[in-house]
Design a protein around this ligand. Structure first.
Ligand code: ZN
Length: 296
């Protein structure tokens, strides 16, 4: 037992589901559970019960949360979910509830920044220090690092709510409750379902839905390439399980950039530039586990 590593807790607090894990890394996950997100009281109680049931408790817990959140440790509302449109969750002290119940230090960030940290530590971003991690699912989230530091600032990136040029002929109104036809309103799972009358996973790979989807995701990727100059772009989330989107997005990015960004990663090796997460759907919870170490 002399070499026993301390165990870290990870909580991926998603708007649809929570994932909790205990371990030291991707190859040493001692326990993992997933459950649906309900009221804050019910959901946080189930989270705390999971960690209390473990034979060895975590020395610290990391939380990657849906948002918007307050990720500023100097703020009185650090660790809160703040102005989310999700019913019941605005102004919820997620980090404080976990810290008080388990009596261990807690680190907190957005779900996508946590996933980015996981991919930087163990996955597709190990060799780069400036990159972005995007998830396209129930929502569109974006996070990442600039020169090895996770992206924060005024609040944190909200990459899903940018405005992008319309796909030719597309007049769908969009589903974002704030903006209608922002990127999140046009290109997430709920947007696919509203636009086509059935969920994306029921649409065949040759459906025109994917041409439109690839257009919007490529426009987003181009904007992020030109604003943040990332060395890699990781695309994850439920919509990206449609792996046929990857070649479509890469082709559109190359064609619309039109040779402007003269880097081999884009001109010659884009298959290694726009990539899926190596940690797959565990990126968020494993990244939260990595985040926990920062609380000590
Ligand atoms: Zn929006």
């Amino acid at each position: 037992m002399m070499d026993a590593k301390p165990l870290y807790g990870g909580i991926e607090a998603g708007g649809t589901k929570f994932v909790c894990a205990l371990g030291t890394g991707p190859d040493d996950v001692r326990a993992l559970t997933r459950f649906s997100t309900r009221t804050p009281d019910e959901t946080l109680a189930e989270t705390i019960a999971f960690f209390r049931a473990q034979p060895e408790p975590p020395v610290a817990v990391g939380i990657g949360s849906f948002g918007p959140v307050d990720p500023n440790p100097a703020s009185p509302t650090y660790g809160y979910i703040t102005s989310t449109p999700k019913a019941g969750w605005p102004h919820t002290d997620v980090a404080g509830a976990v810290r008080r119940a388990l009596g261990v230090p807690v680190a907190f960030d957005t779900d996508v920044n946590a996933a980015a940290l996981g991919e930087h530590r163990w996955g597709a971003a190990q060799a780069v220090d400036t990159f972005i991690y995007i998830t396209v699912g129930t929502g569109f989230g974006g996070g990442g690092m600039v020169e090895g530091r996770r992206l924060h600032g005024l609040l944190h990136p909200e990459m899903g709510h940018i405005f992008v040029p319309r796909a030719p002929g597309d007049d769908f109104a969009g589903v974002c409750p704030f903006h209608g036809d922002c990127l999140e309103g046009l290109a997430t799972g709920p947007a696919l379902a509203a636009r086509w009358g059935r969920p994306g996973h029921e649409l065949p790979a040759d459906h025109e839905a994917w041409v439109i989807e690839a257009h919007y995701l490529a426009m987003a990727v181009i904007n992020f390439i030109l604003t943040l100059s990332p060395e890699r772009i990781i695309l994850g989330g439920g919509v990206m399980h449609q792996t046929h989107l990857f070649p479509m997005i890469r082709e559109t990015v190359q064609r619309r950039l039109n040779g402007y960004v003269q880097r081999p990663q884009i001109l010659d090796a884009i298959d290694g530039y726009i990539v899926p997460p190596v940690l797959g759907d565990r990126a968020g919870v494993l990244g939260s586990m990595a985040l926990a170490a920062e609380a000590l």
